[in-house]
Design a protein around this ligand. Structure first.
Ligand SMILES: [Zn+2]
Length: 86
């Protein structure tokens, strides 16, 4: 897992080149127990900033749901988080 780290500004995995969080990272068992929230929260603001202006790139809500993949967020909940991350 340690090699599957996010790279900015394109937010692809430095280990495998897939969009981060990459499939290898998402495949971890029991992500809720891995203390990911502080790590991902620290990255999320920068990721939204980097990705939102890209042609065809994800909007902030999609970025929130992608980065917090293990949380069962509704669209409205993801939107509320995205608004706070500006
Ligand atoms: Zn990876």
């Amino acid at each position: 897992m340690a090699t599957h780290v996010a790279g900015s500004p394109d937010w692809r995995c430095r280990g495998c080149g897939q969009p981060w969080p990459c499939p290898a990272l998402r495949a971890m068992p029991d992500p809720a127990s891995q203390d990911l929230l502080p790590v991902v929260s620290a990255l999320l603001t920068a990721a939204i900033r980097d990705l939102r202006g890209r042609p065809g790139g994800p909007d902030p809500i999609d970025v929130v749901r992608r980065f917090l993949w293990w949380l069962p967020l509704s669209h409205d909940e993801a939107r509320a988080i995205a608004l706070r991350m500006r």
